[in-house]
Design a protein around this ligand. Structure first.
Ligand SMILES: Cc1cc2nc3c(=O)[nH]c(=O)nc-3n(C[C@H](O)[C@H](O)[C@H](O)COP(=O)(O)O)c2cc1C
Length: 377
């Protein structure tokens, strides 16, 4: 489909989503709507006809967006971030929805119920979410069985974390749980992410500490995989903490960083300014617009510090092509999103890709990879 037709199609779908669908969806409990979208995604992915119709509604491709990174072919840089398709139920619908790749999970060693409900809230004025799922997922063994012998038409990242329960709070038990998830899943998917930044688990974020991270990565290095491994960082880290994480990563099998996860830091002046809703709860992590610039700053810092040695996936508050391009110019080769899609509709994905092509052309870049890290400020 040519660019003008895609623009017209997206304008129509966006108008329907914003004026009809979203006002209805937003009257229901956010977790129920999330569950509903997973069911719909499963149905869309289940047969070629629904996939083709979905692609007609949301697809877009352009050579300028294609990249080969760490041996993996990405048709465009926009991926579905971890936490939406926790149990790998809708991978087959991802390509036709316009994404270039997906990240399933986070998946933990053992099955995990997550935190008590309610555990998802919308921040309508701030265009963000408060997430307190606490790593709800079916566990590594069940999900590994589901993925075994399956081939997918887009790259699939697997995010792993430690089971959210009292039993994994000690460093040794936590490491054993990450290792179980990694071992169970290590020959599946296309890349791995070690999530050390979930804001909602028992025992906090122990593996941002350099000694504990060293122990964790040493153990995970024993599980041989040729697939690239990323670390997912919190937006609340100080430069000193980031430096230490990079220093530890330099000695282990880490190929990149995902910048960033949700923020937990409600005292951060930037977050305070961008939280326009009365905060419904004081726990949970915040996504969306309120974290956009925090994550871009972290991308820029990591990129400058590591001089392109690591692949960076930029994530947090991407709502349009401008947000996406800022992260690419700051140093991200790939992007991920969830909240923008929830607030604006699934056509946001192809809108971002279409807008990126225009921005690349305006700046004289032939391919998106040429724009990575070009913001020198
Ligand atoms: C409903 C929801 C669940 C999430 N669960 C996870 C998770 O299990 N693992 C993880 O690494 N990140 C999780 N995240 C964080 C996202 O992957 C992403 O880092 C964050 O939402 C920022 O991107 P966004 O502003 O585009 O939503 C979750 C986010 C949302 C909104």
């Amino acid at each position: 489909m040519n660019n003008i037709l895609v623009k017209i199609r997206n304008t129509i779908i966006s108008t329907i989503y914003i004026t009809v669908l979203k006002p209805i969806l937003f009257t229901f409990d956010p977790e129920k709507i999330h569950d509903l979208f997973i069911i719909v995604g499963g149905v869309i992915g289940s047969n070629p006809i629904t996939r083709a119709l979905n692609a007609l509604s949301f697809g877009y491709s352009n050579k300028k967006l294609e990249q080969k990174i760490l041996g993996i072919k990405f048709r465009n840089p926009v991926g579905l971030a971890a936490g939406f398709d926790k149990d790998a139920k809708m991978i087959k619908a991802i390509k036709s929805t316009g994404f270039g790749y997906t990240e399933i999970g986070s998946i933990t060693g053992e099955p995990c119920e997550g935190n008590p409900k309610p555990r998802l809230w919308r921040l309508e004025k701030s265009k963000g979410l408060i997430v307190y799922y606490g790593l709800k997922n079916e566990g590594s063994e069940k999900i590994a069985k589901k993925l075994k012998n399956k081939k997918f038409n887009i790259p699939v990242g697997i995010s792993i974390a430690k089971t959210n329960c009292k039993a994994t709070v000690t460093t040794e038990a936590g490491i054993a749980d990450y290792a179980k998830a990694f071992k169970t899943l290590h020959n599946l998917g296309d890349y791995f992410t070690i999530n050390i930044s979930c804001p909602n688990a028992h025992g906090g974020l122990p593996f941002t500490d350099k000694e504990k991270l060293e122990k964790l990565l040493k153990e995970l290095d024993k599980i041989q995989t040729e697939k690239p491994v990323f670390l997912k960082l919190a937006p609340d880290l100080s430069h000193k903490e980031i430096d230490e994480i990079i220093e530890v990563s330099d000695n282990h099998n880490i190929k990149g960083f995902i910048c960033t996860n949700l923020t937990k830091d409600r005292e951060n002046e930037y977050i305070k300014q961008h939280l326009k809703d009365a905060d419904p709860v004081s726990h949970g992590g915040i996504s969306g617009k309120p974290i956009r610039d925090l994550s871009t700053k972290i991308i820029k810092y990591v990129y400058k510090k590591t001089k392109g040695k690591y692949v960076i996936i930029g994530c947090g508050g991407i709502f349009d092509a401008k947000d996406a391009y800022e992260k690419i110019k700051a140093g991200a080769s790939l992007l991920q999103m969830i909240t923008g899609m929830i607030f604006q509709g699934p056509q946001t994905i192809s809108d971002i890709n279409l807008g990126l092509v225009k921005l690349l052309e305006k700046d004289g870049f032939k391919n998106i990879s040429e724009a990575v890290g070009t913001d020198k400020n």
